[in-house]
Structures are given as structure tokens and as C-alpha cells.
Design a protein around this ligand. Sequence first.
Ligand code: PDD
Length: 286
Amino acid sequence: MTRTIYINGAYVPESEAKISVMDRGFMFGDAIYEVTAMLDGRLIDNDLHLARFKRSVGEIGIPLPLPIEDIKQVQIELVRRNRMTDGTIYLQASRGVQERNFYPAEGLAPTFVAFTQAAKLDGTPKQIDGVEVALLPDPRWNRRDIKTVMLLGQVLVKCQARAEGFGDVWMHEDGAVTEGGSSTAFIITRDGAVVTRDNSHAILPGCTRKAVLELAEENGLKIEERPIRLDEIAGAAEAFLTSASSFVQPVTRVGDHVIGDGKPGPLTRRLQEIYLAAARSGDKII
Ligand code: PDD
């Protein structure tokens, strides 16, 4: 079955989904993206992802390409046409197409594309056994709260981590963890506090982060929203990361430090289960 892709108002076969070489997303990384997961026919945390999409385009002055309700309909239509029950739905809005020029022309129409990527996201080896992450300097710009397609920094640190034998990467700056290469970083202290960096321009405000913190609080866990200092990683009882495509994923090693006994920790497992149970309680769209 050939994949159907949405591009500027049309649903077309992948081979016909083309954008201009002059697209500002291609030339300047002048574009915003968003990723929503699908699990067993359900969209996960989608309202949070669509709200962040709206915020991100607003922060760089790209008009929202469609009203949020219509974007949701595009997601649902794509899922149905591609018969996808598990995987991710990607959205991207660039500022539009014009002759190469740093200064955007007035009144550009955004280029809006969306596609599905089928994948089983739960029960993966990383979900079960956890992941070892490298700890590398954060090479990115200073507005990481905006979900732009300027991902070269993350591409390079992820590749370096893989070359050094790690399964993923956490980044750091000024003696503290910022976030994962494409995820939010958490530790659990020996006294059971769930620690993750407070939202600011330094990190992407993770949608999974928000959902997990709410569930942790409902379940009586202690939460500390503050930077994770590099010198406290060695003493952490547990560690995990969150993202739309990895849910709650145990982390068993951070750079030189094995976390706990090198196996996914009990509170991480509990949060993983609680998050998946909440995700599976939503309505199916397919
Ligand atoms: N990335 N931080 C960064 C830098 C990210 O790229 C992501 C997600 C997150 C987690 O955010 P959320 O929980 O809302 O997915 C944090 C997506 C999955 C990606 O780029 O594919």
C-alpha cells in the first residue's frame, strides 16, 4: 500500500508529495513541527501537541496553516487512509516559498505537510531493558522552547552518542542537564523525588513530561521541577526519559554513571505502566 501524505490541502500518494526547493523550511530551517503518537488506534496527548504547535508557529510569526480542529481532522483522515493503529503523526508548517532571502516576504502562505509513520512504540527493547545515554554538551540555540525543524545540533550529538556505543543522548550546559536529544530527562532521587528541569527557553516543554508529572502527582509522588546537576547523576536512584514516541523509557546509564543497579527502577516502571494505562483509556479513532 502506498502511503498517503497531506500537503497544502490535498491527500496525495507519497510519490506526488513535493515541495519547492525555494521553501523556507528547506533553505533556512524556517519551520515548526510536531509529533503525536498513536497507540492501539488512539491519539496520545494530541491536544497538548496541537496547543504547542499553535504556540510554536506563533512564537516565530508563521500563521497557523489551518484552525486546530481542521488540523485534527487532517490527522484523523491520514490515519484512516493509511490504516495506522500504532506509530506517529508528523506535522510541519514552514513560512512558505519565496526566492532565497533572509527577510521573509509579506503575506507568505505557509507550506503545511503531514504524514504518518507506522511503528510499534510500546514494548520495544528500550522500553523493556532501558537505554544507556551519552552525556554531551548542548550545541543548540537559545530558544529550545520552540519546536523548530533546526535539528542539526541534535542530529550531531545523537550520531556522536551512537558512535560511542550509546543508545541515545542527554545534553548539558552550565553544569546541569538540559534535556534528551529528542526527549525530556528525569532522575528519581534516593528519597523518591521525581526531578526534571523546569520549563524555560532552555528546553522544549514536553507534552509527555506534562502528562507524566500530572500522573505522578495524582499518585502521590514528590516532584521537583529544577535543573538536574551533573554532580547528582551518580547518586540518582533511577533515571528515565519521556517523549511522544518513547512514552516513559527507563535510562540505565548516563555517561560514565551506571544508574542504580543498571536495571530499570521500580518507580520508573510504575510511571511507565500508569502512563500507558492512561494512554489506553482514550477513545479510538480507528
Ligand atoms: N521530540 N525535547 C526535545 C528536544 C524533543 O525533540 C522532544 C520530542 C521532547 C519531548 O517532547 P514530547 O514529550 O512533547 O514529545 C523534548 C520528538 C518526539 C521528535 O523530535 O521526534
